[in-house]
Ligand binder design. Structure first.
Ligand code: CO
Length: 497
C-alpha cells in the first residue's frame, strides 16, 4: 500500500477514523472563484496532463439555519480544475437552476428535496407539494461545445465550459420533452461503431416503466445530434440510476424495489425515502439492443439477476454468447431515517458495496455471480477506452477497512484478471471522492496515465486535489484549494483541444 503524505502520524488504528474529520467537509460553499491559480503543496503536475477536470456535487447544505436532510438534496455546484503547463487553475459556480435563484432571493428553502429535506413549516407546509426540485447536482459531462449538468429525474442544464455560467435548462434541440428525465449517467462509447458516441437514457416509471435509450454524436460539426433512439416498456417500478453498454447491448439492472408514494404525498418523507428494497427477491437484467448492433430492432431480453441493490456499474462486455457485467452490490437499499442527521451516520450500520461479476450465458440465460473483492467500494471505472470491452484494470474509491462499510478513504487499482490490488490511502484523517482515470495521451498500456480525485484532508480541514500515477498509484502532486468543497458525486475529464 502506498501511504499518503497527508498529515502526521495519528493515534487512530487501521480502519478507524474520526467522525468529526469526516463530517467537517460538509459546509456551504460561499465563494465562487474564477480562474484562480491553485497552490501545489507537493510534487509536480505532469507536463502531459492537459485538460480540465469537472466535478459536480452539493454545494448548498444549509439555508437560514435549516440543514438539508441528505447531502444528495444539496444544490449543484460545478468545480473546474484546468491543468496546463504544470499549473492548475480553479473555477467554481453554482448552477443557476430556477429553484436556486428563487431560494437565494428568499434566503430559505422553498422546495422539498427528493432525499427527505422538507420545507420549513412542518407537515402542513409540505403536504401535497409533490414538485420536484431539479438541483442539477449529480454529474457534469461534455456535450458538443457545452457542458451538461445532470440530475436524473429532470432535464439537463447547459453550462459554459470555460466560465461555468448557466446557459439554462435545455431540451437538447427539441430531443427532450419539457421536464423529461435524462439520466445523470451517460456512457461514452469509445468507438464500437466507428466514431465515439454518448449513450444515455431517461426512465419514466410507475406500475410500468418506459426506458428511452438515446445515442448521440460527440465529435465534429454534428456533436450533440441524435444518432438513434428507441423506447421500451417493462413491467414494474424501475429505479435506474446507472447502466452499462457493450457493443450490442445497453444493460440495466432493475433492482427489486418497492415505491410507496403515500408518505411523500402526505408531506412526511422525501420521494427517495419511500423506496424500500425487497431483499429476498431477485432483480432483472433488462437488455436493450443498441440500434447499431447486431440485434438492432429486436425486442429487449429480460434475464433474472441476483438479489441485492445496485447504484453503480463498473463495466460490461461480450464474448460470443456470454455477457459479463461488473457492478457494485449492496444487500439493501441504504437510506437515512427521517429523524437522523446525516453527519452523525453510523457507517457500521450501512451495508457495504461489493464489486461483483455477473456472467450470463445468453444461449440458456444461466447466471453465475462472483465476488471480485471483499472491500467496500464505490465510484469504480475502467480506462475510458475500455468502456464496453474486457478491461484488465479498474480504479475505485474504497473504505480503509478490509470488511464492512466505512467512509471512502483510499483509492484502489484492481487487476481484474489476477485480483492484485494497489492502494493509495488518505486514511486515517483524509477522505476521497470519485477517482477519475485519465489515460496518458501517448499511452501504450491500459493502465498508463493518472488518477485524479478531489479529497478532504480532515487534519488541515482543506480540500485538495490528488494526482496519482495510475499504473503504480504513486503520488504525483497534491494541490490545495482555498475553499472547502463538500464530498461530491460525479464528474468528467475533458482533454485540451
Ligand atoms: Co451515480
Amino acid at each position: 500500500m502506498s501511504k499518503s503524505s497527508l498529515g502526521s502520524e495519528s493515534e487512530l488504528k487501521h480502519g478507524q477514523f474520526n467522525q468529526a474529520d469526516w463530517s467537517s467537509a460538509y459546509c456551504n460553499v460561499d465563494d465562487e472563484l474564477n480562474n484562480f491559480e491553485l497552490k501545489i503543496i507537493k510534487g509536480e503536475i505532469p507536463i502531459e496532463l492537459n485538460g480540465t477536470l469537472y466535478r459536480n456535487g452539493p454545494g448548498k447544505l444549509e439555508r437560514n439555519g435549516q440543514w438539508i436532510h441528505h447531502p444528495f438534496d444539496g444544490d449543484g455546484m460545478i468545480a473546474a480544475f484546468k491543468f496546463e503547463d504544470c499549473k492548475c487553475n480553479f473555477t467554481n459556480k453554482f448552477i443557476r437552476t430556477q429553484a436556486w435563484l428563487e431560494e437565494e432571493k428568499a434566503g430559505r428553502f422553498l422546495y422539498r428535496g427528493v432525499f427527505g429535506t422538507q420545507k420549513p413549516g412542518g407537515k402542513i407546509a409540505n403536504i401535497f407539494d409533490i414538485r420536484l426540485k431539479n438541483i442539477a447536482n449529480t454529474n457534469v459531462v461534455p456535450f458538443g461545445e457545452k457542458l451538461l449538468a445532470l440530475w436524473e429525474a429532470a432535464g439537463p442544464h447547459e453550462i459554459n465550459p470555460s466560465t461555468l455560467e448557466t446557459i439554462g435548462i435545455t431540451n437538447l434541440n427539441g430531443i427532450l420533452k419539457s421536464s423529461e428525465a435524462f439520466s445523470a449517467h451517460p456512457r461514452y462509447d469509445p468507438g464500437h461503431h466507428g466514431a465515439p458516441r454518448m449513450v444515455n437514457f431517461g426512465v419514466n416509471t410507475g406500475p410500468k416503466s418506459t426506458i428511452r435509450l438515446m445515442e448521440f454524436h460527440t465529435q465534429g460539426n454534428n456533436a450533440g445530434e441524435l444518432i438513434s433512439e428507441r423506447k421500451d416498456q417493462f413491467p414494474g417500478f424501475a429505479f435506474l440510476h446507472d447502466f452499462v453498454i457493450t457493443k450490442n447491448w445497453a444493460i440495466f439492472l432493475q433492482n427489486s424495489i418497492r415505491f410507496n408514494p403515500l408518505p411523500f404525498i402526505l408531506g412526511t418523507k422525501g420521494a427517495a425515502q419511500c423506496l424500500s428494497s425487497n431483499t429476498n427477491d431477485k432483480s432483472n437484467f433488462l437488455l436493450i439492443p443498441r440500434e447499431s448492433g447486431v440485434f438492432a430492432n429486436q425486442m429487449p431480453r429480460v434475464i433474472e439477476g441476483p438479489k441485492g441493490f445496485v447504484f453503480h456499474h463498473l463495466n460490461a462486455w461480450e464474448e460470443d454468447n456470454d455477457l459479463f457485467i461488473d457492478s457494485i452490490y449492496y444487500n439493501d437499499f441504504p437510506s437515512i431515517d427521517s429523524n437522523q442527521d446525516f453527519r452523525t451516520i453510523d457507517f457500521d450500520l450501512l451495508p457495504e458495496g461489493i464489486l461483483t461479476r455477473c456472467h450470463i450465458d445468453l444461449s440458456n440465460e444461466e447466471l453465475v455471480t462472483k465476488r471480485l473483492n471483499n472491500q467496500c467500494c464505490e465510484f469504480a471505472m475502467v480506462n475510458p477506452q475500455k468502456q464496453g470491452s474486457k478491461a484488465r484494470y479498474a480504479w475505485m474509491a474504497i473504505s480503509a477497512k478490509e470488511e464492512g462499510n466505512g467512509p471512502l478513504q483510499s483509492i484502489k487499482k484492481l487487476d481484474l484478471l489476477r485480483g492484485e490490488r494497489n492502494i493509495w490511502s488518505a486514511a486515517p484523517r483524509g477522505f476521497v471522492t470519485e477517482p477519475l482515470m485519465v489515460p496518458h495521451p501517448n499511452a501504450k498500456n491500459e493502465d498508463e496515465g493518472w488518477v485524479i480525485s478531489l479529497i478532504w484532508n480532515g487534519e488541515t480541514r482543506k480540500s485538495q486535489i490528488i494526482i496519482l500515477n495510475s499504473a503504480d498509484m504513486s503520488e504525483q502532486a497534491i494541490i490545495e484549494l482555498p475553499i472547502t468543497i463538500p464530498y461530491g458525486l460525479h464528474g468528467s475529464w475533458v482533454n485540451k483541444k
